[in-house]
Design a binder for this molecule. Structure first.
Ligand code: ADP
Length: 295
């Protein structure tokens, strides 16, 4: 199964070009769609999920023409939107059972088995009788995944799922997601580099409605091997370094600014070689337009 997006474009009525000729081939497995706020990720996710129209282009999933055969797509789609409401005074088990009824699973026994399996899969079985209003952000997100899996989807879309989760909850969420990629096309839209680093076998970075980079994260990193150097500097020196080097990231390390630069040769000057990180790739694409050659 493969999701193929070809030349997709969308301009909103206020003139914002949210998607500009997006083309992506997304195979079974975890696919990370990475980009800053406003990049166009939600517009793309909602278009794939048949919730809004594109102006041009096509999307196919196996034999389904997504933009035309909306009902067919919805039968095989699981979708966890950025924001979703939950009934607060009802337990996870009861609400999941209710959703399963709505999705047409009419036999009680079959439904109970399915609900139990989904609660186990998302690590919520122990808390199944608690009211949802007492759930943490991470538990709510895992519940969101459980409901998205009721119809055993072939395509699962999760939009910014880890925003606002603490590191422990984020980790639990990763564990739940990583099992799903074995038989499903899972698209994870996020502005958090770690989400992609931990989970995804393929990725794309989008910015201002365009794909800036796509590929396998490990291969993308391989292209930066032996080209990233780091140095801890004083804050007031940053401007000069930016003039003299291709600075691709700057962050505080133990309270001091540390810069990463990209260079084909050893720059000397107190720099030392460092392992390229996906953050380096991301920041260079998003903030610096450093025109790195990845192929
Ligand atoms: P992301 O999910 O990456 O944050 P979005 O797809 O939500 O990005 O937004 C992409 C761009 O389109 C942004 O500039 C946003 O302000 C704009 N946008 C999103 N939805 C609408 C809308 N319904 N009408 C007009 N502009 C919109």
């Amino acid at each position: 199964m493969e999701l193929i997006i070809d030349n997709l474009s969308k301009t909103y009525s206020n003139g914002v070009k949210a998607l500009q000729n997006i083309s992506l081939e997304i195979p079974t497995g975890m696919f990370g769609l990475l980009g800053p706020n406003g990049a166009g990720k939600s517009t793309l996710m909602r278009t794939i999920a048949t919730l809004q129209e594109a102006d041009n282009g096509s999307i196919t999933l196996g034999g389904i023409d997504v933009l035309k055969q909306k009902d067919e797509l919805r039968q095989v789609l699981g979708y966890l939107p950025q924001q979703f409401g939950l009934y607060p005074k009802i337990s996870a088990e009861v609400l999941l059972n209710h959703f399963a009824v709505l999705k047409g699973i009419t036999y009680k026994g079959e439904r109970k088995d399915l609900v139990d399996a989904l609660l186990h899969k998302t690590n919520l079985y122990e808390v199944r009788q608690q009211h949802l209003k007492g759930f943490s952000g991470g538990m709510k997100q895992r519940f969101g995944i459980a409901q998205a899996l009721i119809n055993n989807p072939k395509l699962l879309i999760v939009d910014e799922p880890t925003a606002g989760l603490d590191p422990v909850e984020r980790n639990r969420f990763y564990n739940v997601l990583s099992e799903l990629g074995e038989h499903t096309v899972v698209i994870l839209s996020t502005h958090i580099v770690d989400d992609v680093k931990e989970l995804c076998t393929n990725m794309a970075i989008i910015n201002q409605g365009k794909v800036c980079l796509k590929g396998n994260p490990l291969q993308i990193l391989e292209n930066l091997k032996d080209k990233v150097y780091k140095k801890t500097i004083h804050k007031q020196e940053l401007k000069t370094y930016k003039q003299n080097y291709k600075v691709i990231s700057e962050k505080l390390f133990l309270g001091k600014p540390t810069i990463h630069i990209v260079s084909e040769v050893n720059p000397g000057d107190g720099f030392s070689l460092t392992n390229a990180a996906l953050e380096d790739v991301y920041f260079s694409e998003i903030f610096n337009n450093a025109n790195l050659k990845f192929n």
